[in-house]
Structure formats: C-alpha cells, structure tokens
Design a protein around this ligand. Structure first.
Ligand code: TYD
Ligand code: MG
Length: 447
C-alpha cells in the first residue's frame, strides 16, 4: 500500500490508530483490519450550551425526551430520544432496523413532530412503498435518498425533531476519498451526525450493519462517538426480535425491548414471559421451571434435562442455554453433595425456546432438572425453582427474588422453591418452600 506523508491507519475492530500499515492490528491482533484514515478536522457543530464558567447543576435544564411512538423502543432508550444525542442502532442485515425506525418515524410524525428519514440504501419510491406498508404516512414525515451525507444534511435537517441516517455504511462524506463503509468514511459520516445533533439540538439516529463475525466496518469504532448503542437481534428462524442497549449515556443498559416481525412491521410482544414457556403439563421427569430476568423483565424459563447411561468411555455432557462450564460444575455438586451417580451418565440439558440464561440464578432449576431425570421422577407440580448453588451444595439467594415470584404467581404457579436466606417479602397465595441445601431441595421436591 503506498504511503502518503502523515497517513494514519485505523483498526476497524478496535479503533486503534497506527502510523504504519501492517497486516495485523498491533493492538487487538485482528488481521486485515487496518484502513487508512485522514486527519479530518471537525467542522462546525459543538454544543449550543457550552460555556466556560462553571454553573450550579440545579440551574441547568435537563435535556428533553421525545417519545419514539414505540413503547418498547422508549423502554430501551430510557424514555425516548434525548435532544442533541446520537444513537446507533446496530444489527445484522435484514433483522428489521429500517422497519423499526420507519415505524417510529411514522408514529412520531403522526404525533405532530417533523421527522427526516434519510436512506442511503433504498430509493425514495422504495422507502415510500415501505412507509405505506407500515402505515407510516404523514405530511410531517420527510424522506430523502442519496449517498453524500453533506448534501443530505442540509440546514433543513437541523429544523426537524429527529433525523435518521440509514445506514452509516451507505453514506460518504464530500471530498473524502474512499468508498462508503470504510472506517474513515464511517467516522466522517458519524462526525457529521454528531455535529448536526449538537449544533441543531436534534436527536440523530444512525443505523449500522454488523455481521456474524462481529462488528464490521465501523460500528465498534462508532461506539465511542455516539451517546447510545442499541443492538437489534434475533434468530432468522424466529419472528421475535430483541432490542438491547449496550451503551446508554441517558438510561440503563439492562432494559430489553421485545418485538414480533409481522406482515405490517414490528409489534410489541404483549406477554414476553410466555415466549419461552408453553405452559405444558409439568409432570414430566427432567423438567424444572425457573424465572430469569432480562433487565427488569422477568421471564419464566423451562429447563429440560435428559439422562441415559453412556455407551462411551467418557460420558457426554451437552448444555444449551447455560454458560460454559456451568453444567459440569452443577453435575459435580450433584454427585458429591447429593450422592447422585453421574459418572456413567450422558447428560443433555436445554433451556426451552432457545433462551440463554446468564448468571447463576437458574442453578437450582438446572440441578433439579438433572436430578429429576436421573431418578425418573417429576418435580412438585406448579413450582418455580429460584436459587444459586454453591460448591458446598448450599442454596443461595439471588437478586430480585420477589419480582420473580410475583411473575410466577401471575402465570399461575402456586409453589416456589428458594433459599432460606432470602429476606424479601413474597406475595400472598404462593406456597414458599425455603431450603438451605440442594439435598434438602431434592427432598422437598419429592425426588
Ligand atoms: P429491514 O427493516 O429491511 O432490515 P434491515 O434494515 O435491518 O436490513 O427488514 C428486513 C426483513 O423484514 C425483510 O426480510 C422482510 C421483513 N419484513 C417483514 O416481515 N414485515 C414488514 O412489514 C417489513 C417492512 C419487513
Ligand atoms: Mg435497512
């Protein structure tokens, strides 16, 4: 690669800036990720309320929130768009980013806001067609299509209440060499968005594509430049989509928005707790119920285990939906603290519906599902098992148990098994079985 004087190279994976090009990033070790960047000077913009003298915090007006028209999106944003902020919505191609934003734009426009949706990927007529399909038609919703961001972000853009740039990889900045999507272009386009947001007091949304190998051509680098990063994800086979904040300067990062992709766009899922639980008859050996949390949202989850004597010298252990190593750890505790003979058993454990459980709060359900499968006896019916298991075989309390128990009650469960050390208050009408060890839990559950 010919080198110009002063030329720098930036890693698209980690954002590291190198003064010489090499095939491997010196910082993160990614191959082929260094790309030339120009020391582009920022032009214009700046926060309109920047002043040099310190002021008392209570005298400074908090920025306003603008509802997006979609409750699930607002929940993840922390209550709506914040003026002068830049939000990146990232996700794999085809997941529904454009659909989500066009729907939000439509709702906001109908509510009386002036909204500008700029597409760098679709023509005006394609955007208009999609907007009609989604019912996002209003005189307040302006659309534009093009690829040079400087031409598209005219003075008129600063007069709107929200600007969407779809996608950041499709645009290029004027007079900057390089194809759209290269790190220097992505960075320059994002800088234009930041300038517009801060200069015009308007929230700006950037759409960013990521692929299965990770964040490609920019979004990683963008994370530092924007105020919030929301990731839209889901399995292609399922119509359900989850929106999570991985960074949010103005709200919590543990909230999750859940949508279903339908014929006419994305719709909120009315009762997400039923997503992963069909409510089938529980009297099956190897099935244990628990309540997991996504942000502040409780979900009932069904842990299923199957065991059989192994024909192999080393037994097979397959756990889906749990963190690596969790299953082995729990099997060791079952063997040593409860006397279950596991050495000659193949063990398969799965969380129904493809849900992934993070953290130890489902340990008790995991252990009980395996024990129930080994003994071939079903667990106490209508019971949720909530607790962490320690290596000594003790059952430990988990965070926000009362919230989990309330959700179990709402869905018709009548019993809950948990640690005797829980100090929270539980709703009336639930039979609470408090235990201190896993061995005691097996007895209470009748196995
Ligand atoms: P899209 O929003 O274009 O994805 P992205 O912008 O993230 O690349 O959505 C693409 C998919 O969504 C496409 O495969 C078709 C589907 N879809 C629906 O099922 N219903 C709809 O109303 C719309 C607009 C799209
Ligand atoms: Mg799109």
């Amino acid at each position: 690669m010919p080198r110009e004087k002063g030329q720098k190279y930036q890693c698209i994976e980690c954002g590291f800036i190198a003064s010489t090009w090499s095939g491997k990033c010196p910082s993160c070790g990614s191959w082929g990720s260094l790309d030339g960047v120009n020391d582009e000077k920022r032009t214009g913009g700046g926060w309109t309320d920047i002043i040099s003298a310190p002021v008392a915090v209570d005298g400074v007006k908090a920025p306003e929130r603008l509802p997006s028209g979609l409750n699930e999106l607002d929940r993840v944003l922390g209550g709506g768009w914040v003026e002068s902020s830049v939000v990146l919505i990232a996700g794999e191609p085809g997941i529904g980013k454009s659909t989500l934003l066009l729907q939000a734009c439509g709702r906001m426009a109908v509510a009386g806001n002036r909204v500008l949706y700029i597409s760098g990927e679709e023509s005006l007529s394609q955007v208009a067609l999609r907007a009609r399909r989604l019912g996002a038609v209003s005189a307040n919703l302006m659309i534009a299509a093009g690829t040079v961001v400087d031409d598209l972000l005219s003075d008129e853009a600063a007069q709107t209440d929200l600007v969407v740039l779809d996608s950041v990889q499709a645009f290029s900045a004027k007079d900057l060499p390089g194809y759209p999507g290269t790190p220097s272009q992505v960075r320059a386009v994002a800088l234009r968005a930041v300038d517009l947001a801060k200069g015009g007091n308007v929230p700006v949304v950037l759409v960013g594509h990521i692929n299965k190998e990770g964040l490609i051509a920019g979004p990683k680098l963008l994370e530092h430049m924007v105020d919030a990063v929301l990731v839209f994800s889901g399995e292609n086979i399922s119509a359900y989509r989850m929106l999570r904040a991985v960074k949010n300067r103005f709200g919590a990062t543990d909230e999750v928005g859940i949508f279903e992709m339908k014929e006419k766009g994305l719709f909120p899922v009315a009762d997400p707790s039923r997503l992963y639980w069909s409510g089938i008859d529980q009297a099956i050996p190897g099935v244990a119920m628990t309540v997991t949390l996504e942000g502040s949202r409780p979900f009932v989850a069904e842990v299923q285990a199957l065991t059989s004597s192994t024909p192999y010298p080393y037994p097979r252990r397959t756990g889906r939906g749990f963190e690596n190593g969790r299953l082995d750890l729990m099997l060791a505790v079952l063997e040593r603290r409860c006397g279950l003979e596991m050495a000659s058993m193949d063990v398969y454990v799965n969380v129904a519906g493809g849900l992934s459980i993070k953290g130890p709060h489902a340990d008790l359900a995991l252990c009980l599902s395996v024990a129930s499968a080994v003994r071939d006896k079903p667990l106490l019916q209508d019971c949720c098992c909530i607790g962490e298991i320690g290596l000594a075989g003790e059952v430990r309390p988990v965070p926000r148990t009362s919230l989990r128990v309330r959700e179990a009650k709402r869905l018709g469960f009548r019993h809950v098994l948990l640690s005797g050390k829980e100090e929270e208050e539980f709703p009336a009408g639930m039979e609470v079985h408090a235990v201190s060890t896993l061995a005691e839990a097996l007895k209470v559950m009748g196995i």
